[in-house]
Design a protein around this ligand. Structure first.
Ligand code: 2PG
Ligand code: MG
Length: 427
């Protein structure tokens, strides 16, 4: 047995930020080092994602993970003991072969991703390196631009607003540290604004304010007002970004705007979204149309793709073939990269590399159900994604990731390069 071989693996049920069960895997190496990771979980999911294995039934709302833990105990762990932790692609192919289904429905994407990421942590610990470096980080690492939620809606706020995430992108800052300081002021300004207008209900799943605006447009107005009242220029310092998550409210051939009490045809919806992109300083827009409407994505990308980053989340589900098809068909200009959509780190990397090869943007992203796990901060730096989406600026499962990025940036001293406006085609 070599030093980096896996000597034992533990799997346990822990709890995520929505109070639902999830899986933590802990991998120990012969050398004595160990690493662990926790599976996140989405709420607004794309149809082609790797699927979590849940128990169903009444207990814990059906979200139990005892079946997934049994698969780990009976199949995954015995297959991994004795394998080299630093051979990620080999380990991930063992996992994928063991499962044997396209969306990992047999053993569960949640079991697989926790295992795959835990192996990366264990290998980094065994090499005595920070994870970002063990993942391939260069000597002049790129620190990503954060995309931070101010207002939450959609599936994360009981449909209080139709659009899901109203975010800010501090691309004009000079460092990650400064970027967070700017966003702290904007979050504060947004809080004052919604409480003065008596709109606040609480915070949504990712920590953003959950106000009840009369329309999606009023939310966009308030986002812009928050940026400006905090003293920032939306054209050169802090842009607006929206995750429309349009598949979530597309039903029966129309976009059902519950918050506004109206339904729009695909043509009218296209005109509506185009109008927003024309009239607000929007730097990024994610999933503007339902994931199956490639024609609208293509038309929109051709019309606005040169000045607005068009991000595919449900459209791409971190799948290499989908990224290649999107690059060939010009249906978006950036990949939202979520490891648990792919199910293993190797599959995540394949989708990521395909996006880079096509000249697309890459945004490493958390899920709406999260934990204290900070793996994605290291992925964003190690793979030089240039962009990083984690949710809002409250709640510790979000702050853990922002704070981890601060630590990475600080540890690099003058070697750290903040990606800045270049990732959005602005210099
Ligand atoms: C998204 C994510 C994060 P979820 O749609 O981009 O906001 O949400 O994890 O629920 O898919
Ligand atoms: Mg999304």
């Amino acid at each position: 047995m070599s030093d980096l071989d896996i000597s034992s693996v533990a799997a346990r049920q822990v709890w995520d930020s929505r109070g639902r069960p999830t899986i933590e895997v802990e991998i120990h190496l012969a050398i004595g080092a160990s690493g662990r990771a926790i599976a996140p979980a989405g709420a607004s999911t794309g149809s082609g994602e790797a699927l979590d294995l849940r128990d169903g039934g009444a207990t814990f709302g059906g979200y139990g993970v005892t079946k997934a833990l049994a698969g780990l105990r009976d199949e995954i762990i015995p297959a991994l003991v004795g394998q080299p932790a630093d051979q990620q692609a080999h380990l991930d192919s063992i996992l994928a072969d063991l499962d044997g289904t396209p969306q990992f429905t047999r053993l569960g994407g949640n079991a697989l991703i926790a295992t795959s990421l835990a192996a990366a942590h264990a290998a980094a610990a065994g090499r005595n390196m920070p994870l970002w470096q063990s993942l391939g980080g260069t000597t002049e690492p790129l620190i990503p631009v954060p995309e931070i939620q101010i207002f939450g809606g959609g599936a994360h706020a009981a449909g209080a607003m139709d659009l899901q995430d109203f975010m800010v992108v501090p691309f004009g800052a000079s460092s990650f540290r400064e970027a967070l300081e700017w966003v702290a002021e904007i979050y504060l300004a947004a809080g004052k604004l919604v409480s003065q207008r008596g709109l606040s209900v609480g915070v949504a799943d990712e920590g953003g304010f959950w106000p009840v605006f009369e329309s999606n447009e009023k939310a966009l107005d308030s986002l812009l007002a928050s940026i400006e009242s905090a003293g920032f220029d939306p054209a050169t310092q802090v842009g607006m970004s929206i995750d429309v998550a349009a598949s979530q409210f597309y039903r029966d051939g129309a976009y059902q705007l519950k918050a506004e009490g109206r339904a729009l045809s695909p043509q009218d919806w296209y005109a509506q979204v185009s109008g927003w992109v024309r009239s607000y300083p929007i730097a990024m827009i994610e999933d503007p149309f339902t994931e199956h409407d490639h024609a609208s994505h293509r038309a929109f990308t051709s019309e606005f793709g040169s000045r607005v980053q068009i991000v595919g989340d449900d459209l791409l589900v971190t799948n290499r073939q989908n990224v290649e098809a999107a690059a060939a068909g010009h249906t978006c200009t950036a990949l939202l990269c979520k490891p648990n959509q792919a199910g293993t780190l190797t599959r995540t990397r394949e989708a990521f590399d395909a996006a880079k090869a096509a000249g697309m943007g890459t945004i490493v992203s958390a899920r709406s159900g999260e934990s204290e796990d900070t793996t994605i901060a290291h992925l964003a730096v190690g793979w030089a994604s240039g962009q990083f989406k984690v949710g809002s600026f409250t709640r510790s499962e979000r702050m853990a990731k922002w704070n981890e990025m601060l630590r990475i940036e600080e540890s690099l001293g003058t070697r750290a390069r903040y990606a800045g406006g270049s990732v959005l085609g602005r210099t």
